[in-house]
Structure formats: structure tokens, C-alpha cells
Design a protein around this ligand. Sequence first.
Ligand code: MF3
Ligand code: CO
Length: 284
Amino acid sequence: MLGRERIEYKTPEQVLAMRRAGLVVADALAAVTEAARPGATTDDLDAVAAEVLRSAGATSSFLGYHGYPKVLCASVGAEVVHGIPGPRALVAGDVLSVDFGAVVDGWHGDSAVTVLVGDAAAHDPADVELVSTTRDALWAGIAALARGAAEGGRLGVVGDAVQDLVELRAAQGRPPLAIVEGYVGHGIGTAMHQAPEVLNHRSRSRGPKLRPGLCVAVEPMLARGGDETEVLDDGWTVVTDDGSTAAHWEHTVALVEGGVWVLTAPDGGAADLAAHGVEVRPLA
Ligand code: MF3
Ligand code: CO
């Protein structure tokens, strides 16, 4: 069980090494986002990401992971996570989640974005809301980590913050969204998936104390319908049971003295955390 595994706390030097992996991931996701236009196939996007890895001299966290065949996960519509790139061509209005991981000098970075494909006119307003709320949930979770780190809190503050945000939006009369609880965030470092688990919902189990050197991938997944999922026959693709559209956003975050540094955000999280009144603590 992940819950019983030892946590790999990183030194500041190791966090700096992870930052290099994080920036490769940020570059790749920016290139994939740019390439995610109507007519592009998800295999085209995998090739774009592979080229970023090659030119950076980095390797893939995903390729070969339990036999996973690609460097990117591309999940469209009701696919939540772990969609395998293939010949499918994107169309305007698609909701596309792309998840990517890179290894530099043995250290991993992991991040995901959800892209609305094509012109704004093509998008279902409820999909737009889904994508922006999932992104907001990610940053609410990261801001909670930063505050919790300063206050001696525990990792459970992430799930509290994600669920609070989802419930607040619903209470404001917006279309209710479900938190996909079957998949969670994770510790990350010399492996992509490490202890501890990072829940996206409130839980009585509060998790480990937040202290410098803890590095985690925070990755809320929300769906427009129910929270039940299943895995397709390809053994990977996770879809919502009811066919409702899902979104996924993720960042790799390091706890440092006095707060956090978002390793997979080009600005370290400065802009999005400022919106939460939180100052980011970059090590470089
Ligand atoms: N990056 C995913 C996560 O966020 C895991 C992808 S599994 C893989 O945890 F096999 F596709 F690599
Ligand atoms: Co992850």
C-alpha cells in the first residue's frame, strides 16, 4: 500500500534537479497545446511531445511504464485520463486532456492540462465551465498546500480545498460537477509514482505533515455527470461510466522552506498563487 511506503523527502539541491524536469514538461505541454488543433491526431501530439524530450535530452516517465506505449496521455471527451494517442483526429469542440511526464538526471516531472480544441464558438459553455473549474480546483489545492506548509498542516488540505471549491460553485447555482475519486495525485521524485497519495476529496485520513522536501503531483479530475469510471479494453483508457465529459489538470509541486514552488509551471506558480494571496518560494 502506498500509504505505508516511506516518503522520499528531497534536499534543496534535489528540488532544483526536479525543476529541470518540470521545465521540460512545461515546454512539452505548451507545444502540445499549440498543436492541438482540429485535424491534428493524438498521435501527432505524441510526436510533438517526443520531439521536446529528444531536443532537451530528457526521457519519458510514461513510455514503458507498466508497458504504456506512448510518451503522452491524450484523453478526449468522456475519457478522464490515460487515453493512448492514436489516429483519432481532433475536432473543434473537443475537450482534450493531455498528461505528460519527463525524466532528467533521474528526476521526474508530471503535469496535465485540458485544452478546448478549436474556436471558442465551437465550445459547449458547460465544457468551458468544467475545464476552468478543474483548473481552479488545481490552484486552490496548491494554494492550500502553501498555506498548510506555513501552518504545520497535513496533506489532507488539498482534498479539502478541491471539494470546497466544487461545492461552492454548485451552491452558487452553477452546474454541479463530480470529483473523480478513483484516481489520485501522488508523491514524485526518483519515480513518477511514490507515496503519499494526494486525495481530491475531503477525508478523515489527514495524510502526512507538510514539511520541506515533500514533492507531490496534485491532479484533480472532474466530470460533468457522475463520478464512476471504468477502464476500456485497451487496459488504460479511463472513461466516465455515464459518458459525461471530464477534465484533468496537474502540476508537480515542491514544498520548500515557508511555502511551495510549482516545478512544472514556467513561473513557478507565481501568477496563479498570487490570485490566492500566496507568495511562491522559488529556490532559483
Ligand atoms: N501521469 C499520470 C499521472 O498523473 C500517469 C500516467 S500512467 C502512464 O499519474 F502509464 F501513462 F504513464
Ligand atoms: Co500524476
